[in-house]
Design a protein around this ligand. Structure first.
Ligand code: ATP
Ligand code: MG
Length: 509
């Protein structure tokens, strides 16, 4: 008997048909990956399974171990051992790990909280996810990778037999992601099933027994993972073949437009520590410069200094077309045509309660105003143009942006930044959480911008992406610039080697 069966699931949001007759089956101890483009309905399907949308809020049937389930909410599904870890983490940062683990279900004994037992139980749960950390530690002091593990520990505490992970690896470093995938494998051995969502096909290939592809809310195929190559998955997802992910096109590179540095930035909390040390580089018109390095190497901080949005103390002298400048805040940077698309869209990006359109025009409003009045017609044109250009999947421009799928929110933010007509565009992890088809569109867009003479600085943790589209690569490590390498014949090994070799040399010396 199947552990899980979802039958003919339909779900609409107003006019939008998000899911259209989806079937899904899973056996005990199986790992199934759910693949599909941004907005194809992956998160929605999993929200139905996990009880976020109660029965009555969708059509179709859910069967668990042979029993028809009609959940009234999350709690009902959790009681049945179905636990979802969402695309955006939900831990309470101001509380300790232990408090988060038992939030709402503290073990009581004769009506009193049993502190000692809670502590012991917390230690056991952390052990199961291999997190060697005191349960009294505040969640705010953990890295994203560790927070992700706490989320899983919390799920295990609820006796999960089916764990749903919605893009758990998106914010993780390569190493953290590997640890997480290993953990999923271990849990599988222990009989815990898992439904996994990721836009990284290498991960999907590595851990799945089954792969289920959906497109526009319709089930396309469920196959054994070993029968499918990454290319097969992409073709099923997009409905057409993408031969070359990186549409590399020749483009002219002009004069030096920006000279940066030496940049030094100090840690926000520990003023003695330098996060960026004496980094200098320059960028030419129409040049695409990739910035590689491990998470924590100072890449984001460097870009924030350039855009005058770094929150700690820093020095960042600039020469823009030969003219020396120091920005006081990012409004001055914007006025000079420097625009940054931030990494963390929840913190710096979207205004959740505003519509998609308003989110897109937010920063450009001053330029859309005439005689002090907002010119509605030109605003509408601008919004539609942004939505079309980036293929933001939304039923209407007025829809609150929080109702868009994760990847489409990211695209809307990109649209907003382009509306500012940047001369220098800084992209921090621009394709995180974005599906392969849309990635391709974004790469094409980056080339188009470069051809218009816009200089592009792109921070990315995905080395294939850095190598695939950059003209030149800056390699950061421990706050220092370790290499400034032209991208001809450059390899991933050469980039990693550049960061690490010199570190060994400095240890030796
Ligand atoms: N609360 C909501 N209100 C209205 N529409 C919604 C809501 N949630 C999702 N949608 C719509 O349903 C569709 C499916 O969205 P969903 O979040 O399931 O996509 P996804 O496959 O998870 O995409 P991504 O890879 O970008 O996370 C999208 O068109 C989305 O805009
Ligand atoms: Mg999603």
């Amino acid at each position: 008997m199947a552990l899980l069966e979802m039958r003919r699931i339909n779900k609409t949001f107003g006019q939008v048909k998000a899911l259209d007759g989806i079937d899904l089956q899973l056996q005990t101890g199986e790992v199934l990956s759910l693949c599909g483009e941004n907005g194809s309905g992956k998160s929605t399907l999993m929200k139905i399974l996990s009880g976020v949308y109660p029965s009555g809020d969708y059509e179709g049937e859910i069967w668990l171990a042979g029993e028809r389930i009609r959940a009234r909410g999350l709690r009902d599904m959790e009681a049945l051992g179905v636990v979802m870890i969402h695309q955006e983490l939900t831990l309470v940062k101001q509380l300790s790990i232990q408090d988060n683990l038992f939030l709402g279900c503290e073990p009581h004994q004769h009506g009193v909280l049993n502190e000692a037992r809670m502590y012991q139980r917390a230690c056991q749960l952390l052990q199961r996810v291999h997190l060697d950390i005191d349960p009294d530690t505040l969640v705010a002091d953990l890295g994203v990778g560790q927070q992700q593990l706490v989320e899983i520990a919390k799920a295990l505490g609820k006796e999960a037999r089916l764990l749903i992970l919605d893009e758990p690896t998106a914010p993780l470093t390569e190493r953290e992601a590997q640890l997480l995938l290993g953990l999923i494998g271990e849990l599988r051995q222990q009989g815990v099933s898992c439904i996994f969502i990721s836009h990284k096909l290498s991960e999907v290939k590595a851990i799945s027994d089954l792969i289920c592809v959906i497109r526009d809310g319709v089930h396309i195929a469920t196959r054994e993972a070993r029968q499918l190559s990454s290319d097969d998955i992409v073709t099923l997802m997009v409905g057409r073949e993408i031969r070359q992910l990186f549409p590399r096109e020749p483009h002219a590179i002009g004069d030096v437009v920006l000279e940066v540095g030496p940049v030094t930035a100090w840690d926000r909390q520990r003023p003695g520590v330098q996060r960026v040390q004496n980094v200098s580089f320059s960028v030419r018109e129409g040049e695409i410069v990739g910035i590689a390095g491990l998470v924590g190497s100072g890449r984001t901080e460097l870009m924030e200094c350039l855009f005058a949005s770094y929150e700690g103390r820093y020095q960042c002298p600039l020469r823009l077309r030969g003219q020396a400048l120091q920005f006081r805040d990012n409004r001055q940077a914007l006025a000079q045509g420097i625009v940054m698309v931030p990494e963390d869209r929840k913190r710096h990006g979207i205004v959740p309660i505003l519509g998609v359109g308003d989110n897109i025009t937010l920063a450009a409003l001053p330029t859309l105003r005439r005689h002090g009045l907002l010119c509605e017609a030109s605003e509408t044109v601008a919004i539609n143009d942004g939505i079309r250009r980036l293929r933001v999947k939304t039923a209407a421009a007025s829809l609150p942006i929080s109702q868009l799928s994760g990847g489409n929110q990211q695209k809307a933010i990109l649209a907003r930044c382009l509306m500012l007509h940047p001369r220098i565009l800084i992209l921090d992890e621009p394709t995180r959480g974005i599906d392969v088809g849309a990635k391709y569109e974004i790469y094409k867009l980056i080339y188009e911008l470069a051809r218009q003479g816009i200089a592009i600085l792109m921070v990315s943790s995905e080395l294939p992406e850095v190598l695939g589209i950059s003209d030149r690569v800056l390699v950061m490590h421990n706050g220092q610039l370790k290499g400034d390498l032209p991208n001809d014949g450059l390899t991933q090994e050469a980039i990693m080697g550049c960061a690490l070799r010199q570190e060994e040399a400095s240890h030796a010396g």
